[in-house]
Every structure is written in C-alpha cells, then in structure tokens.
Design a binder for this molecule. Structure first.
Ligand SMILES: *[C@@H]1O[C@H](CO)[C@@H](O)[C@H](O)[C@H]1NC(C)=O
Length: 244
C-alpha cells in the first residue's frame, strides 16, 4: 500500500514537473480564440523566463545557443561565414506580440510583433571579407539589433501518441526587420586594436548593407532555435491539453 502511494505521489510529481506552470488553455471554437492565444503566448513567454529551465525547457532570459552558424551573404557584401559559439541572447522575452494564433486548416502557428532590442553575446570566429576588407579573428562579440519587426510562421504535423495528439513543428519562416544594428568583434586580427577598431567602425557605418546581406542567415538561425523551443514545449503539452 505504501509503495503504491509512493509511486502515485512520484508519478503526480513528475507529471507536474513536466507540464509548464500556468499554461493557459484556449478554446479553438471560441470566436475570440486569437485573443486567447495571444494572451497564452505572452504568459508562456513570461513563464519561460522564470520556470522553464526547471522543467527542461529553454529559458528565454537569456536564451542560450551553443552554436550558431550564419553563412556568407549572397550579394557579396559579407563574404565570410560567421561562426558563433556559446551565445547568450538577451531581449527575446521582451517581445511585444500584436498577433499570435493557430491556423488549423493550414496547420500553422503564426505570430507578429516587435522586439525593442536583442543583444547577442557570443564567441565568434571569422575568416573572410566584409565590404571587400579582410576580416580575421576569434574572440567575444556583441551584436545588438534594435526595434525589430518580427513575423513568424511554424508549420506542424499532428502526431498521435498514447491516445493523444501532439504538434510536431516541421518548418518555419521567420522575418526580422531591425531598424538599427551594431557590431562589436573584439580581438580582431590577433588583437591589433587599430585594425580591429577600423573594421568595427566600417561595419557599423554600413550596418544596413552588411545586415541585409546576412539577414536570411539570421532569420534561418533564429527560426530554427525558436522552432526547437516550441517543439520542446509541445512535446510536453498535447493538443488536447493545450486546447478545448
Ligand atoms: C515596423 O513596422 C512599423 C509598422 O508597420 C513600420 O512603421 C516600421 O517602419 C517598421 N520598421 C522596420 C524596421 O521595418
């Protein structure tokens, strides 16, 4: 009897530990469902910053990314692969969503909003050319994006498991339109400060051109990271649990 009770308590505990706290449920037939999804997403993002790491979900404050590879641009401005490691992204949790919801016919989750600022701290490795100038180095980097208009769409499949249905997100389309971008790559050219400062200055004076060339790379990289986070969340919450 005691063992059974202990088992029951343990099961209840692990189940509670697996399910995100304060998860807001919405009714898909509610005419105001979109309002509910928007609220649920804002609450979810808020919870993610506080509790998600305790239940094995990614925290968003900061969002940690072990590896982020952004390929060279296509217009010849940024002729270098940007290899980032051990990134910390600050500001994702400050997103102000204006729209968020499911499209059940198209099997997609979509959102739109504004991010006041993303600060991305990483270790970088660069070896190539930007704006025809050689750029070589490895060290800490800080990239700041401001007033970013974001749209996102994540397509899913419905996967039946243990009598429930789970959303499995299979692709994404993310757009990031920042008003302002700044770059700071420390320790360029083996620590040659004058050369490094000059390159950073050129990058910042031409941030529009530079960012535009690698924008698809950033969109793909961040899109994939967010897709993984959403997948982790929805591997813990079935459609039946998430929606009425
Ligand atoms: C973001 O969207 C707003 C409203 O549509 C627009 O006024 C603004 O110019 C956009 N900003 C960028 C950086 O695209």
């Amino acid at each position: 009897m005691k063992t059974v009770l202990a088992l029951l308590v343990l099961t209840a505990f692990t189940q509670a530990a697996k399910f995100p706290p304060n998860f807001k449920k919405c009714n898909r037939r509610d005419p105001d469902a979109d309002k509910c999804y928007l609220e649920a997403a804002q609450i979810g993002i808020h919870e993610a910053t506080k509790y998600y790491s305790q239940i094995g979900l990614a925290s968003l404050a900061p969002l940690e990314i072990t590896e982020l590879k952004i390929g060279a641009g296509s217009q010849g401005v940024v002729n270098v692969d940007q290899n980032f490691k051990n990134c910390k992204l600050y500001g994702i949790d400050d997103v102000k969503l204006s729209e968020f919801g499911f499209d059940f016919e198209e099997k997609a989750l979509h959102g739109r909003g504004v991010l006041p600022e993303i600060k991305m701290l990483c270790e970088y490795e660069l070896n190539g050319r930007i704006l025809l100038l050689p750029i070589v180095g490895t060290g800490p980097s800080t990239i700041i994006l401001k007033n970013i208009n974001v749209t996102a769409r994540f397509d899913y499949n419905e996967v039946p498991k243990n009598g429930k249905t789970y959303f499995s997100f299979i692709s994404n389309k993310l757009t990031l339109d920042p008003e302002f971008v700044s770059f700071n790559f420390e320790n360029l050219f083996n620590g040659d400060k004058q050369l490094g400062d000059n390159i950073n200055k050129v990058l910042n004076e031409n941030f529009k051109e530079v960012f535009a060339d690698v924008q698809p790379g950033y969109e793909k990289g961040l899109g994939l990271v967010l897709q993984q986070i959403i997948n982790n969340l929805f591997s813990k919450v079935s459609a039946e649990e998430a929606l009425d």
